[in-house]
Design a protein around this ligand. Structure first.
Ligand code: NIG
Ligand code: FE
Length: 405
């Protein structure tokens, strides 16, 4: 696509280099140009600048008067492939059951796994494609997708093959994460070590052998997988060339952040429950902290302490966690609002967490996540707006006018 966007009220998220993640003070710095133009050629950002320097172009143009233009969000943590809703769990929760209690009584991840096993690749693909289309309309322009609802070799590979097809056919960059250690299947209830062996020594070699995954993940949590399991999964991933992006500290803190950071994880995600050791481990590492505010809202659990993380110079990304159990929403506009009102981020900090930093959390920072010459022109054109703060301010609403992808 070739197009000239002109009279842009404000062009937001400009960078001239994407080699360093934003942390501390830089997390709140956003490059902008008022009254700007931007040229898209071959789906790529070719040039931009103030309208006073807008070149005469022989191409279609679009008047963006009164509107903001910014990079699309990057969703670095989703479980986009699943069979169906678990809306029945909501009323259980309203009657006082916790996420963990629902899982123990036959709901939760194992319930999703049972349903997914009966669906074909085509059925899963169709459902996921629709969800991706919906996310794109809400401003998401790159997506990480996890397996983890298969929990057998065949079904984990089935999920990852669906992601591979999505990678080929979707207009957004997509990354695949193998999450075999998501929950312990019923048949291994008293044999966790056997299941872990299956994940690390049977599933992973086949999956990596076919190039089906970019990353490895584990749900390290009381009642799910232990520190030892975390260590084995990260080591096994390393052996097969997969970096780790891990679920830690959603409900409890017991050393997983430290271990993941020391073992070089790309990101540690959730972090609703944090202690001092967790902060120091992150501050002394290159691991990215990822907050998932839609999960906190939906489960009514604490929000990731985004303010503290930024104040401690830890790079923060924000993602949706879109999944049928703890975050049935891919709406990053709402996440933006919550990042400000609940996690106490400034609009600029939240914006960087949802775009530039999130791109690092799925290693697509050379392609997307900011307005930079040569990057993909995956752009949001807002409705008429005063400035960036309008997006989190109109929380639960959408300021997306249109997207260019
Ligand atoms: O990130 N916590 C583990 N995994 C997902 C929830 C999965 C589910 O409930 O289906 C999460 O919250
Ligand atoms: Fe998750």
């Amino acid at each position: 696509m070739n197009i000239l966007l002109k009279n842009i009220k404000q062009l937001i998220g400009i960078t001239d280099d994407s080699s360093i993640i934003k942390r501390g003070k830089a997390q709140g710095e956003v490059g902008t140009i008022d009254n700007a133009y931007l040229v898209v050629r071959n789906h790529t950002i070719e040039s931009f600048g103030p309208m006073s320097e807008c070149p005469e172009m022989n191409m279609d143009s679009h008047d963006c008067a009164g509107r903001l233009v910014m990079p699309m969000y990057v969703d670095s943590h989703t479980h986009m492939i699943f069979a169906e809703s678990r809306s029945g769990e909501m009323s259980q929760r309203l009657h006082g059951k916790t996420y963990q209690e629902i899982a123990e009584s036959g709901g939760g991840i194992l319930n999703s796994a049972a349903k997914l096993r009966s669906l074909s690749e085509q059925q899963l693909y169709d459902a996921a494609q629709e969800r991706i289309g919906n996310a794109i309309k809400q401003g998401t322009g790159a997506i990480e997708i996890k397996s983890g609802y298969g929990l057998t070799i065949e079904d984990e590979m089935k999920m990852l093959r669906v992601i591979r097809i999505l990678k080929q056919l979707s207009p957004t960059p997509i990354k695949a994460t193998f999450l075999g250690a998501h929950a312990l299947p019923e048949e291994f209830k008293n044999n966790k070590d056997v299941y872990m062996h299956l994940v690390c020594n049977e599933m992973l070699p086949r999956i990596a052998g076919e190039g089906l995954a970019d990353y490895i993940d584990i749900f390290c949590e009381t009642g799910y997988f232990s520190l030892d399991d975390l260590k084995h999964v990260i080591e096994a991933g390393e052996k097969h060339g997969l970096k780790a992006k891990v679920h830690v500290n959603q409900f409890s803190s017991f050393g997983a952040v430290k271990m993941a950071c020391e073992m070089g994880a790309l990101s540690v995600d959730h972090l609703e429950v944090m202690n001092n050791d967790d902060y120091s481990a992150l501050a002394n590492s290159n691991t990215i902290a990822t907050g998932l505010p839609l999960c906190s809202l939906f489960l009514d659990i604490p929000y990731t302490p985004g303010r503290q993380l930024i104040d401690k110079n830890i790079p923060l990304a924000i993602a949706s966690d879109f999944n049928p159990g703890s975050a049935p929403s891919s709406n990053l506009n709402l996440a933006f609002g919550l990042a400000c009102s609940q996690m106490k981020l400034t609009p600029e900090e939240a914006f960087n967490a949802l775009t530039y930093n999130a791109a690092f959390a799925m290693e697509v920072q050379d392609e997307v996540g900011s307005i930079q010459i040569g990057k993909k022109a995956n752009l949001i054109i807002t409705k008429p707006a005063n400035g960036l703060a309008d997006i989190p301010y109109w929380f639960g609403e959408s300021m997306i006018g249109s997207v260019l992808i």
